[in-house]
Design a protein around this ligand. Sequence first.
Ligand code: MN
Length: 293
Amino acid sequence: MVGRVNALGVHAYVWVERWSREDCRRAVWATAEAGFDLIEIPLLDPSSVDVDDTRQVLEEHGVQAACSLGLAAETDISSDDPAAVTAGRRLLDDALWATRQLGATMLTGVLYGRLGRYTEPLTTSGRTNAVATIRELCAAAAPEGITIGLEPVNRYETNGLNTAEQALRFIDDVGTDNLAVHLDTFHMNIEEADLASPVHACAERLGYVHLGESHRGALGTGTVDFPSFFAALAQAGYTGPITFESFSSAAAAPELSSTLCIWRESWTDAMAVARAATRFVHEQSAAAAARTG
Ligand code: MN
């Protein structure tokens, strides 16, 4: 898997706090300028996104989009509260509609429950609710050619899926083809035994990747074992998007900082950290390709 088979993406929050028409222009321009192919657009509030305008800006710059979100307490489909499950289903439907309007083929994130710290384990009935709701979402997404991604995140951000194995079991229970695992190295570094075996466990069910450093700052400046991860991606023949995700209090919206505990300024120059990320990915990919032959 040498070269540019993978679309190289960047999370919109590297550039902007929200998604006004002006934010959209700035973020999509910067994405192309820094050398990325794709921008990940957050759909926490899908109705606030001017999808027609965004699609036009994406086309002007030749940038692809992927979409993501995490659910909130009042839209938690893994809840035992039917009102929350219904509200979550409605939000996911709205996000799917926006994904289609943006011309994206991936809707991913913490779609299976609330993004935030739980103080109780996931209940059996809550998991059943989440599986049923994701099954309905996948059924609606399939005719649109959209894949749904499930991003396992660390224990402080969900009680649902912390590891690739749990995500694979969830996918088996849902039983649809357009459901994929979305691995994030920041979370893997906390929850997995190593950075390679989850990639191999997922194999063709890996559909999306976040590159996050151990402190969520610049790539290559923390403790994540990126050489192992890139070698595993090359060995597995992964051809999907690889998206740089990083947060700094210099750029993150206050409510996001509170959810993800972004208390420090890891960087101030978004363009510099983004350009460094593209160089880092090319170096790591080339080194992995050279090792795997
Ligand atoms: Mn992530």
